[in-house]
Design a protein around this ligand. Sequence first.
Ligand SMILES: [Zn+2]
Length: 416
Amino acid sequence: MSGNINIRRDVQDSFYRYKMPRIQSKIEGKGNGIKTVIPNLSDVARSLERPPMHVTKWFGFELGAQTSMNADTDRYIVNGAHDASKLQDSLDGFINRFVLCGACKNPETELVIQKDGKNITRDCKACGKQTKLDMKHKLSGVILKNPPEKKKSKSKSSEKVDKKDKKEKKSKKSKKESSEDDEEDGDLDAGSDDEFTKRLVAEAAALPPVGEVADTGDWSVDTSEAAMAKRVAELEAGIGKSTLIDNDEEEDEDDSDNPYAQLASWIEEQDESPSDVDLFKKIKELGIDTKHRTLQVLGVCLFDENILKELEARAPLLTKLIGDSEKHQKAFLGGIEQLIASHEKLMAGVPKILLEIYQNDLIEEEVLQAWGAKASKKYVEKDVSKKIRKAAQPFLAWLEEADDDSEEESDEEDDE
Ligand SMILES: [Zn+2]
C-alpha cells in the first residue's frame, strides 16, 4: 500500500496528474511516550507545495496531539499512536481546507498573506481565483506567523512533482541558510532550531543540548506592546510581586531587594520576551538558578494566553531549571496556578496546559497526580485552587487511564 496516490482521493481517475506519496507512519515508544514518526512527511508536503511544518501542525491540531519537528534531520513527529490510514484521512482535511482552490478544487494554489496581515488566500493557478482560508482554524494563525516562502521562479512551473529535483534540493538544502526552500520554514524571528540549539549551548554551556527541539517558528511569544502592557497590568493588578513570595519557611527572603521580585520585574521590563539564553543569564546573575521559587516566578511571569505554544518553546530551559526536583516541579505548578488565576480565559484550557506540561516532560506523573488530588492555598486562594483542580479533571482522568493502559499492555503481552 505505498506509492503515489491522487492528491484528491475523491478523484478516481488514474490519469489525474496531481499525485502525492501515500503517507507513512512509524510508531515508536510505548505507554505515555508513544509517538508517531512520519518518515515521508516532507515528501508529502512537497507534493502539496506546502511547508512540512504546516502539515505537521495540522496533524497536531486535528489529532489533538503534541508535535515536534526537525527539518535538519527530516524528523516529523506526532505524539500518540496514529496509523497511516488515519493520518491519510486527516490529511484530506488539510488538502481540502489549505491546498485545494475553493472555487475549482485544483491543488495548484499558493497561500498568500493579504495586506491586512490577517487573512490568507489560496491563489489558484488553474482558474485564477483567490479563495480565503478559514482564519478561525488554528493552523491559519500558524501560517500567518510562519508564511510559506515566496515562490521562486524555478519552482513556479512545477506542474507535477519532479522527484529528481526534490532529491537535489534536499541534499543541497544546507547550502544557503538564507535562501532555503521549503525545508526550513517559518523561522522568521529566531533562526533555525539548529542555530537556537547552538546558541544555547554556546552561550549557556550549562544548558543541555536540545536534540529534537520543539517545533520551529512557534516559540515566539506575543511581544507586541499591547500584549506586554496587558501582561504588566495583570501582574500589577492581581499577582503582583508580593504574591510571588510564598511563605516557605525554609527560604524566607527579605521582601526588599528580593531576587524573585527582581526577576519578575526584569521579565516585565523587557521590550521583547527574553531569549532563553538571556533569561538564564539573568537568573544566574540573581543567584537563583537552583532555587525552586524561580520556577514559580517563571510559571506566572513568562506566559500569557498563548501558554500552550510558549510552554513548548520554553521547555528546554524549564527542564534545565527544574531538573529532577519535586519541589521545583511543585513550585512551577504553583506559578501556573497563579497564572491561571489571573487569566480567566485559561481556566477552560487547564487540561491542555497540564497535558502540554506533561508531554514536555516538565512535571512527572506522580507529582501531577499528587497536585491534582489536593487543593492548596499556598499559591492562590483556596477556592480558586479547587476550581483549577476541577478544571483539570479531564487531564487527571486521562493520566490515570494512560497509566492503566500501559499496565494492561504488558499484561496482554504476558497472556499471549
Ligand atoms: Zn481554481
